[in-house]
Design a protein. Sequence first.
Length: 66
Amino acid sequence: MKALDYTVLVLVVVGAINWGLVGFFKFDLVAAIFGDLTAFARVIYAIIGICGLYALSFFGRIGKNA
């Protein structure tokens, strides 16, 4: 479970960096690497979105560890 948590956290950070680049510089890193809304780029966006939803469970676990 710990490996999954770290993988999800890394992908959420990558997504956050991508959104920061979009917001500050109008540069979409995922689109630059994988193409503008290609099927593979959409899969990457979907995976990062699912990781973001999974990361919401971190809030529940923070309270248990404190």
